[in-house]
Each structure stands twice: as C-alpha cells, then as structure tokens.
Write a protein that binds this ligand. Structure first.
Ligand code: MD3
Ligand code: FE
Length: 204
C-alpha cells in the first residue's frame, strides 16, 4: 500500500491476473443485464465519452433533464441494478475502514480515446465513507487536486488490478482521467479501460 497524498492510498495489483479475469467475467454478466448507457451532461445534454452502468442497490445516472443522481433502476430497462459481486464487497471490507457495505458500484467503460474531466463526487449524502476504485484493462493517467477547483494537481498511472482508496481530506478532492494508454493490458479483448467505483450513498 502506498500513500500518495493525504487520504489517497494506492494498492498496486490488489487483484492478481486470475482475480482480474474472474472479476471481468462477473462485470460482463452484469453489463448483459444492465447495458452500458451514454451519460449526458445536465442542461446541455452533451454526451460524456465514458459509457456507464451500475450494480448495487443504487446506481449513479445523469441525463439532460434530471441531472446527476442516484436511482434504484436502470435508465433504459427500468429494472433494478444487479448485485455487487462478492469479490468487490470483500475488497471493500478489507480496505475501507467503514462499518457498512457500499450501496453503489458505478461501472465506467473508457474506450481508447475516452477521458473524464476534473470534478468532485458530491452526489452522495455520505461524505464520511471512503471511496474504493478498481481499475481493469489499459493503464490510465489519473489526476487529483485538492477540494479547490484550481491549484496544484498530482497525476499518476493506474494499472489493471490496482485499487485506489479516497478518504478523509481526499474525499472531496477534484479528480479526473486525462487519458487511456491503449494496448498496455491484454485483459480486455480490445483497447479500453473499466473502472469500478464503490460508494456509500447514504448514512448507515
Ligand atoms: C472520489 N471515476 O466516476 S474513480 C467517477 O477512473 C470517477 O473512472 C474515475 O471519478 C475513473 O466519478 C476515478 C476513483 C476516484 C478517484 C479520486 C477521487 C474517486 C474519487 C477523489 C475524490 C473523490
Ligand atoms: Fe469521480
């Protein structure tokens, strides 16, 4: 475990190659039931480059009319989200120093040219719980600053199997994904990256 900044912990290769393959298989099964959707910016309706789905009791969605929010059902199928895989619940138990399990697992799929602009995660009613993020597939360049919109930032590469934990002072930090490095992993059938973000939405 490496402490990168106050409240940012990186666990390189928390999941080994076999565990990554098993986790990927469960994510593929989830995405068959809860297909990736195109998230759209509030008000403008501009599509994001990342494709998304969720598992867990609550899923994070965004569209032109409704904006950023958590909801219990898939935006196009209307069905409840599939369950969070056991492997991820165990990882949360092992790594997050928190009494209650995660309620939401956002599944982000980045194609080779996708990215995510700097933002804060502030749609939750619980900022006490840590956030646990799992990277699968191609490496990415991840950037994190402070809780102020401008100012210095740090960037580092995240690789397949890495887990990053955000807690305490880092919970409200601005962060984003500058780019994907296509061809740096053979886990996926083609280029791209999957990020799984485990979050507590409500107070226990
Ligand atoms: C929370 N995703 O979906 S996850 C997102 O790699 C998102 O797909 C990125 O940001 C991705 O909202 C990063 C991990 C993460 C990293 C830093 C954070 C979540 C964070 C800092 C503060 C709060
Ligand atoms: Fe985020």
């Amino acid at each position: 475990m490496v402490s990168l900044l106050d409240g940012v912990r990186l666990v390189p290769k928390f999941f080994d190659d076999n565990e990554q393959a098993a986790l990927l298989a469960t994510i593929r099964a989830i995405v068959k039931k809860a297909p990736l959707f195109v998230p759209r910016m509030p008000k403008t309706g501009k599509p994001m480059s990342v494709r998304m789905s969720n598992c867990g009791r609550l899923g994070w969605v965004t569209d032109k009319e409704g904006g950023y929010r958590y909801q219990k059902t898939h935006p196009t199928t209307g069905k409840p989200w599939p369950k969070i895989p056991e492997k991820l619940l165990t990882a949360w138990q092992q790594l997050a120093d928190y009494s209650a399990p995660p309620e939401a697992c956002l599944i982000n799929y980045y194609s080779a040219d996708a990215k995510m602009g700097m933002h804060q995660d502030r749609d939750e009613n619980n900022f006490d719980a840590p956030i646990v993020s799992v990277s699968l597939g191609d490496d990415c360049l991840f950037r994190i600053g402070s809780d102020k919109k401008s100012g210095p930032t740090n960037s580092f590469r995240l690789e397949s199997g890495d887990v990053i934990l955000l807690e305490g002072p880092a919970r409200m930090a601005f962060h984003g994904v500058d780019r994907i490095y296509p061809g740096t992993s053979t886990l996926l059938k083609s280029d791209g990256r999957i990020n799984l973000t485990l979050r507590r939405v409500n107070m226990p």
